[in-house]
Design a protein around this ligand. Structure first.
Ligand SMILES: *[C@@H]1O[C@H](CO)[C@@H](O)[C@H](O)[C@H]1NC(C)=O
Ligand SMILES: *[C@@H]1O[C@H](CO)[C@@H](O)[C@H](O)[C@H]1NC(C)=O
Ligand SMILES: *[C@@H]1O[C@H](CO)[C@@H](O)[C@H](O)[C@H]1NC(C)=O
Ligand SMILES: *[C@@H]1O[C@H](CO)[C@@H](O)[C@H](O)[C@H]1NC(C)=O
Ligand SMILES: *[C@@H]1O[C@H](CO)[C@@H](O)[C@H](O)[C@H]1NC(C)=O
Ligand SMILES: *[C@@H]1O[C@H](CO)[C@@H](O)[C@H](O)[C@H]1NC(C)=O
Length: 669
């Protein structure tokens, strides 16, 4: 670096220091019906004592939130809940639940100084409120720091011991932005676009498709969107990637960005693969902490009548940025990603006042190394690169994908298999893992008890995935998705232009109906050795739509040839599913009519991943014994039947199928 650069750097630092010093202290003004937080960069107005964000003033714009909406409907925490287990499930299918905006009744200023203001909006539950609001104490917090271009929010939910049973289906924070300003949405580097207006979804401009969320834009305000489908589920994000998303206002003199930043996903339900709603037409930005989306009824959080529980959701950072005239607005997205890195580096935050948010010192660490051993591939155990390793509440292997009351802490292994999970809250956990390329779920044998400051080294862990014998044939890649299979082009009438020539082709609307177009009469037949799963295995086994709007059950066939059959041996069929929705997987071999079938899952699943373009929902693995006497030397056929055909969205997303020969260790007479 030469002198000039040194000098410039010095000047720059000097200006930055000056800039910081010039930031005024945080001001708090408590009015009759509102409180106003102001640090000279952003001004946040919150309804007192209900705890709704009614205004966000920034960069010369009076309010970034939708000013034409009711003040209760701009920036808020909400939940969907229901009375305890037996009351709702007695009727069989669950109702829609009750929606509430977690309105609070009391404001307390917990920190007020020049550097920081933190507000606590609370409501205390008692028996007179039974059946009216969820039996929870709620403490919603808002923090504004000096010099910060945004604000933080988190909330503490608490269910006390003698309180009634209840179900929590969904909880999140919502920001509804001004539709006259925010038109460009970003949910990922390769998922960003100008979006239609909410008006375009209304009658006359939009036409509802197979469900109300999916609308064909027939007469949008801006003609460029005509003929596209708008459906919020096309913009959902897996938890592992749900760290920053938002909107850019491009039409003002100075482009402005509004971003929801998740510094740590530890409080989100169900682990790294769980898919959540994010930003979508409205313009809305949501941070969902818990939901049944892409998982179904298994993800309803059920509390018994005597079940104490407390959990902190957040903090989230609501980040605002802007550019001076002329710069490319996408710079705002790049800056928001940089801000995420900064927020994640300062996690766990030290500034929030609640003792429920534990500091780094109060948390613990687990490290080790992950290897995998599949002796039909390689004798030795080999280190796993990119394997997922996580701590979640104690349970069975794989239970993390249905777990929601606790916190989860996940990482991936480096290229030598080493992992280190830091900042784990004290408590008892199991250590879980899964690895792309192998079926099944790993669980470390003993409970891991994390205490403040603990640093546990679990050493070398060896995952031995389910395996009894050599691979005779396999279809797909064990990666918990159906993405590697044949995903058809959408019907040209139902396009989202974003996903044309895009790796996430599966996010297009209406792909389930393409099955009937491609297989109008005969179902899919796959011949081992001749077929290619990338081209010949339709990504979803759905029912076939008939002209009269009924649906026909389907049976897929896998033809395979065996040179030799061990008639007294036991073969093993591994069927891994990426999703199943109100469907029954039936397996038969060499007899399409066999009754009972060799295997039937019974009707299972409610993750709705097919209708919601998810490419996966919950993961299932079935290990099916096949007695050698069912097989013949020469051609065999495996039949996969899905007999339930009451809706187009019922069906199965396969992840991977494998037939294993008898164990080479088995000896016979
Ligand atoms: C705003 O919403 C609240 C709660 O739903 C309702 O009571 C109130 O009447 C609404 N106000 C306006 C102006 O629509
Ligand atoms: C129960 O809560 C309601 C609503 O906040 C309040 O009006 C009432 O005084 C409370 N009752 C008791 C016994 O604390
Ligand atoms: C539901 O009913 C069963 C059987 O009566 C009972 O054991 C259980 O505690 C009840 N669950 C809840 C959440 O009330
Ligand atoms: C976990 O450790 C704490 C502190 O040592 C101890 O009090 C607690 O009993 C332990 N829990 C279990 C299940 O071992
Ligand atoms: C619909 O058509 C299918 C064959 O195309 C037929 O089997 C079925 O009975 C028809 N259903 C009704 C309700 O007409
Ligand atoms: C076995 O299947 C193969 C591939 O489908 C076919 O070419 C062959 O004719 C079949 N053989 C017999 C004996 O059916």
């Amino acid at each position: 670096m030469n002198f000039t650069n040194h000098f410039l750097l010095f000047m720059l630092q000097f200006i930055l220091v000056l800039g910081c010093a010039a930031n005024p202290g945080v001001q708090l003004e408590i009015q009759d019906k509102y409180v106003v937080l102001d640090n000279g960069i952003v001004q946040v107005t919150i309804a007192n004592p209900e705890g709704y964000v009614t205004g966000i003033q920034y960069n010369g714009v009076d309010n970034l939130l939708e000013v034409i909406s009711n003040e209760t409907d701009r920036g808020y925490w909400d939940m969907v809940w229901d009375e305890g287990g037996n009351k709702t499930t007695a009727k069989g299918k669950k109702g829609k639940g009750r929606f509430e905006r977690m309105e609070t009744t009391n404001l307390e200023v917990v920190v007020e100084n020049e550097e920081q203001v933190e507000l606590s909006f609370t409501r205390i539950w008692n028996a007179s409120l039974e059946g009216k609001i969820a039996p929870l104490n709620i403490d919603k917090r808002f923090i504004l720091l000096r010099g910060s271009s945004g604000f933080y929010t988190y909330a503490i939910y608490e269910h006390l011991k003698e309180w009634p049973a209840f179900d929590l289906d969904n909880t999140r924070i919502v920001f509804k932005l001004r539709k006259d300003k925010f038109h460009y949405m970003v949910v990922a580097d390769n998922r960003r676009r100008f979006m239609p207006l909410p008006d375009d979804r209304e009658e006359g401009r939009g036409q509802i498709l197979d469900y109300p969320e999916a609308v064909l834009l027939v007469n949008p305000v801006e003609p460029e969107f005509k003929g596209e489908v708008d459906d919020k589920y096309e913009y959902s994000i897996e938890s592992r990637n749900n760290r920053v998303h938002g909107w850019i206002s491009t039409n003002s003199f100075e482009p402005t960005g509004f971003w929801l930043i998740t510094p740590s996903p530890e409080f989100r339900s169900a682990g790294p693969l769980k898919q959540y709603m994010a930003s979508h037409v409205g313009p809305y930005s949501l941070s969902v902490f818990h939901s049944t989306h892409y998982s179904g009824l298994d993800l309803i959080m059920k509390f018994g009548p005597n079940e104490p529980w407390k959990k902190v959701f957040g903090p989230m950072f609501i980040y605002l940025n802007s550019l001076s005239n002329g710069e490319n607005p996408i710079t705002l997205w790049k800056d928001a990603k940089k801000q995420l890195v900064d927020e994640a580096e300062s996690w766990p935050y030290t500034f929030p006042a609640s003792k429920e948010l534990l500091s780094s010192k109060q948390r613990g660490k687990v490290q080790g190394r992950l290897l995998v051993q599949d002796r039909y591939i390689k004798d030795a155990s080999i280190p796993v690169s990119g394997g997922y390793v996580g701590l979640a509440s104690p349970g069975n292997a794989g239970s993390w994908q249905r777990e929601s009351k606790g916190y989860q802490f996940w990482t991936t292994t480096d290229d030598k298999g080493y992992f280190s999970i830091i900042n784990i809250r004290p408590g008892n956990y199991n250590l879980y893992s899964w690895v792309i390329g192998y079926i099944g779920d790993y669980k470390y044998g003993s409970i891991i008890n994390i205490t403040s400051g603990s640093n546990i080294n679990v050493g070398e862990l060896v995952y031995e995935p389910p395996r009894d014998g050599p691979t005779l044939w396999e279809i797909g890649i064990p990666d918990r998705t159906a993405a590697e299979f044949y995903v058809p082009d959408p019907n040209p009438k139902y396009i989202n232009k974003l996903y044309v020539n895009h790796p996430d082709k599966f996010r297009q609307y209406g792909l389930w109906e393409r099955y009937a177009d491609l297989y109008p009469k005969e179902d899919l037949v796959y011949t081992v050795g001749l077929s290619d799963f990338r081209k010949d295995w339709f990504f979803a086994q759905v029912s076939r739509k008939k002209e009269n709007n009924t649906y026909q059950a389907t049976t897929w066939k896998i033809n395979f040839n065996l040179d030799h059959v061990d008639t007294i041996g036991t073969y093993k069929l591994r069927v891994a599913l990426a999703s199943i929705h109100y469907a029954d997987l039936q397996v038969r071999i060499n007899n399409a009519e066999a009754n009972p079938p060799l295997f039937s899952s019974g009707q299972i699943g409610s993750d709705n991943a097919i209708a919601r373009h998810g490419i996966h929902g919950l993961y299932w693995l079935f290990n099916i014994e096949v007695q050698g006497n069912l097989l013949v030397k020469g051609n065999n056929t495996l039949f996969l039947t899905q007999p339930i055909n009451t809706s187009p969205f019922q069906g199965i997303l396969y992840d991977y199928i494998r037939l294993e020969g008898p164990s080479m260790d088995q000896t016979y007479g």
